[in-house]
Ligand binder design. Structure first.
Ligand code: LLP
Length: 399
């Protein structure tokens, strides 16, 4: 990847995505599940740039969305409605209504109260709502607590017995059509066991529902496949698929998965230039032009992202790599070994393709970074850099 040329052309801070690498990830996962009907529904929250979604749409991917905004992004980028899932613990009435009118594949429901809202809204529209219920299997995914979602202490999903009761209710409703079942136990999971445990518990529930004449078509295993940020051992997609498929013996269901990070995480880079160096009482800081508003994962989760100094020479010493934002939590890395840097040196922050740009903000009136795609050796802008004018437009209109 020609990082220096890209940084010169598009300026920094900059996100760069390798679309060929996204294709490789998608294909590996799709092939792993080839023993069965499957639908990969890319979790848009990881990276919702329209060009990224369009690229995945071209490969045959569907989308998992968590707001009506994401549903509309998916449609705008060319994902057909019948491959779109709408998940999330809180959906507004208008969002439910619009999703029903758009005729998406299914709504993933997370509570009894939500199911009743969907029933009321579907009835008022004269529509039938295809639904799936998110089960909380109470399984510890052994990941960061902020991104663990499958324990009873987390807000997500419903317990197994509640799910069963909701399916029975839905079966008798004239406007609810239960078509799927869903679980998602967490993110950045590197241990296969929790996936197996969850799939087993939930597939047993599917069997017991079958005995009640409730036949579900979609078995949605959520996302969560971890990637390598540092030295961690990750799960091979083939093993992942085998373990899940083994729990589905005798069931005629289409396998749905909702990977986000796995598809895009290691396909993205964040480029930032050194402004200057300073030392405070002997502690070395490298101040760069990107900040926590661009990539918040290190600040928010103490997440590790490998930082590479291009063309760095000279004896490395420990440094904190920090941005210009007015918070001590504004850092990309702490105590990393780095050669001496000078003004305009380029740093490449790796594994920034997932939950990078999508979690960025305008804190400190900083415009969000530009985004660039590289595909078959060609680069192109896929999101313009925000300018001061775009940042103030909605306020200026009210002055
Ligand atoms: N499906 C559902 C229902 C989800 O809530 C999520 C992620 C996914 C799929 C995709 O998970 P993945 O395959 O990417 O692990 N901001 C955090 C990650 C939050 C994940 C939230 N849900 C981070 O930067 O690590």
């Amino acid at each position: 990847m020609q990082f220096e040329a890209l940084a010169q052309h598009y300026k920094t801070p900059l996100y760069v995505y390798d679309f060929d690498a996204i294709t490789t990830q998608y294909t590996a996962l799709k092939n792993a599940f080839k023993a069965r009907k499957s639908l990969v529904c890319y979790a848009l929250k990881a990276n919702s740039n329209l060009s990224v979604i369009r690229h995945l749409a071209g490969l045959g991917s569907g989308c998992d969305c968590v707001s009506i905004g994401e549903v509309k992004r998916a449609l705008r980028a060319g994902i057909p409605a019948y491959k779109i899932i709408f998940s999330g613990v809180g959906k507004k009435d208008e969002e439910i209504q619009e999703a029903l009118e758009l005729g998406i594949l299914m709504l993933n429901l997370e509570s009894e109260a939500e199911m009743l809202r969907v029933e009321t809204i579907a009835a008022s529209l004269g529509e039938v709502a295809r639904i799936s219920i998110r089960v909380n299997p109470n399984i510890d995914p052994k990941t960061h607590p902020y991104i663990s979602t499958g324990l009873h202490e987390n807000k997500f999903g419903v317990e197994l017995d509640v799910a069963k009761r909701l399916y029975i209710y839905a079966k008798h409703s004239s406007v609810l059509e239960p078509v799927g079942i869903h679980f998602h136990i967490g993110s950045q999971i590197t241990d296969l066991e929790p996936f197996y445990e969850a799939a087993k518990v939930v597939s047993d529930l599917v069997r017991s529902l079958q005995a009640l004449e409730i036949k579900l078509k979609f078995f949605d295993i959520g996302g969560g496949l971890g990637i390598q940020y540092d030295q961690e051992q990750t799960i091979d997609p083939y093993n992942y698929a085998q373990v899940i498929l083994n729990t589905l013996k005798g069931l005629d269901v289409t396998l749905v998965c909702e990977p986000g990070r796995f598809l895009v995480g290691n396909c993205g880079y964040f480029l930032t230039r050194v402004l200057y160096e300073k030392t405070n009482a002997g502690k070395r800081f490298v101040v760069v032009d990107g900040a926590m508003n661009d990539l918040i994962r290190p600040s928010l989760y103490q997440a590790y992202h490998r930082v590479e100094l291009l063309g760095g020479e000279g004896e490395a010493s420990l440094a904190d790599i920090v941005g210009p934002v007015c918070e001590s939590g504004d850092f990309f890395a702490k105590n990393v070994l780095l050669s001496p840097t000078k003004h305009n040196d380029l740093l490449v922050i790796h594994s920034a393709g997932a939950y990078g740009f999508t979690m960025s903000s305008n804190y400190n009136t900083r415009g969000r970074a530009a985004e660039v795609a590289v595909e078959a050796g060609e680069d192109r802008l896929i999101r313009q850099r925000e300018t001061f004018e775009t940042l103030i437009a909605l306020e200026e209109a009210c002055l």
